[in-house]
Design a protein around this ligand. Structure first.
Ligand code: BTN
Length: 264
């Protein structure tokens, strides 16, 4: 028999399964990457779906653009495997990426009501101008893996130097630890809801209204790199399709993908 955990902030797995319509879930003390594991299940014919993979630690956590994801026990590291649409069209993919960031942002802002929580296009979440959450969405045919790394009860005090001035955690900004089970349950519920609406092709008339007040880049001068092409301009927010809108010297531009660098 396993001993009940004495850590009041440990994840209560049964509660998550009880409160969300997941088909399955797995927990790992340490794993290379929860996204890699989810991709493995995504390609298995009889893999359970929707499925949650969680880990306390990752030895090879992946970020966008080939970056590594730093993590420490106390954070949330998980990947949610969901069905999207048999035709897996590109607009569905970008909507999933955008709504995943929004879902996390909305979950966090309930717990940090006096803080400024924003989404940095396409789906990083920032609190008080520092990154608190990174999201890596990957697709395999009609399945999508939404991989989320969220700094919760881990302090950035212990992070590598290059992250100390750019990252934060919920405990660092809130001043106390948070119930990770309730937070994870809330995020998973929202993500399942978003992916369900996407699968059923329900219009998202709310996307703009939810995104606009939370767009971290609005008003900032940014450079967007797409392959070897760069565009510099002042961000005007996103449009109803989720494209990032810039005012550049040669007029307005819109971008559906790219890597962002904030200039000022
Ligand atoms: C980014 O900011 O570049 C995205 C980071 C995504 C990190 C998460 S942690 C859980 C999941 N497993 C991974 O290997 N990556 C994602």
């Amino acid at each position: 028999m396993t001993e009940p955990s004495t850590d009041p902030f440990a994840i209560r797995r049964a509660e998550i399964l009880e409160r969300t319509p997941l088909a399955g879930a797995e927990w790992h003390g340490e794993i290379a990457s929860t996204n890699d594991r989810a991709l493995e299940i995504a390609t298995a014919a009889d893999g359970p779906i929707p499925h949650l993979i969680m880990a306390d630690q990752q030895s090879a956590g992946r970020g966008r653009g080939g970056n590594r994801w730093w993590s420490q026990p106390g954070g949330l590291l998980f990947s949610l495997l969901v069905e999207i649409r048999p035709d897996g069209k590109a607009p569905h993919r970008s909507r999933l990426a955008l709504t995943a960031g929004l879902a996390v942002c909305e979950s966090i802002e309930k717990l940090l009501p006096d803080k400024t929580v924003r989404v940095k296009w396409p789906n990083d979440v920032y609190v008080n101008d520092r990154k608190i959450c990174g999201i890596l969405v990957e697709m395999v045919q009609s399945r999508a893996v939404v991989g989320i790394g969220l700094n919760v009860n881990n302090s950035i005090e212990n992070a590598p130097d290059e992250l100390k001035s750019t990252a934060t955690s919920m405990m660092d900004v809130g001043g106390h630890p948070f119930d990770r089970t309730a937070l994870l349950t809330d995020i998973v519920g929202r993500l399942l809801d978003e992916s369900g609406r996407l699968r059923e092709d329900v219009e998202d008339n709310d996307l703009l209204a939810r995104w606009s007040p939370r767009c971290f880049l609005t008003g900032k001068i940014v450079r967007i790199d797409i392959g070897s092409r760069s565009t510099v301009g002042r961000c005007r927010g996103i449009d109803e399709e989720g494209a990032l809108m810039l005012d550049t010297e040669s007029g307005p531009t819109r971008h559906l993908s790219g890597t962002i660098l904030i200039i000022e």
